[in-house]
Design a protein around this ligand. Structure first.
Ligand SMILES: [Zn+2]
Length: 96
């Protein structure tokens, strides 16, 4: 048996994800935050800073993010970090 019920549907506007673009070159991802162009692959980049304050009376948080495509990550950001500060990335790998 198919049961039906009456629900109230209000018209409203809501902020929903549209697209993700690279803050450096403007490239657009095909799959929300996944930069890969293949359905069976996933390439995410994360450059963010979270600042949070928690007090008994309340708190606040501020998140600053850069969205950067894998190409700009490798050719601009990584190269800059490695050449200016001799920084090395933390790399973790896994197989399944
Ligand atoms: Zn880019």
């Amino acid at each position: 048996m198919k049961h039906m019920k009456t629900v109230l549907i209000l018209e409203h506007t809501e902020e929903v994800f549209d697209k993700l673009t690279c803050d450096v070159c403007g490239a657009e991802s095909l799959w929300d935050e996944n930069w890969s162009d293949k359905e069976h692959e996933k390439i995410n980049t994360t450059i963010s800073m979270e600042e949070e304050e928690s007090l008994p009376s309340g708190g606040s948080a501020k998140i600053t993010q850069y969205h950067i495509c894998p190409s700009c990550f490798k050719t601009h950001l990584a190269k800059w970090l490695e050449s200016h500060r001799k920084a090395q990335p933390t790399v973790a790998s896994s197989l399944w």
